[in-house]
Design a binder for this molecule. Sequence first.
Ligand code: HEC
Length: 163
Amino acid sequence: MAALAGAAVLAAALAAAAALAAPPVPAAPPPPADRAQDAELAREGASVKAVCGQCHPLQIVMDTPMSYEAWRETVQKMVDQGARGSDAQFDDIMDFLYRTMTTINVNTADADALAGVLDLPEAAVQAIIVRRKNQKIADFADLKGVVGADGRGLDARARLIFY
Ligand code: HEC
């Protein structure tokens, strides 16, 4: 189930990448902010596919969420193994991994990580920080209660979140 959620994130990004190549007629375009973010994530997903899909299935990437530090080391290891891409592609890859495949502890992560890894607006980040000062966030349901409606995107990231 958890692996499916991650695979769904990648699948969505790759589908969006395909959609960019041959744009379908959108039924109802998302608001501009979302559309800009979708396009960026789609481009980043395409870079992951192009560079990280050369030697092994992409599933190996989606099956192993890890801390951002560990991703840096892993990607460096892949470069040592022979992974090749442009600087822009590696920027895309690191950003994609940060935004979709990086684990986070919501009781210890700083504000930037909460916003970047969990794609949360400032108000939700502050709600988490205020709450955990008084009482540890216990689990996913607890977290959803703290962030309220801003937590819509958390379901797809549930397996990345630790307490
Ligand atoms: C030149 C071939 C090659 C490319 C390109 C490549 N990998 Fe790998 N990757 C490997 C090999 C070989 C292994 C398994 C052996 C090992 O772990 O050293 C592996 C294993 C992995 C693993 C499993 C965990 C681990 O540390 O072994 C992850 C995660 C991973 N790769 C991610 C990536 C990402 C992300 C990219 C794109 C930046 C990438 N790979 C591109 C060769 C490659």
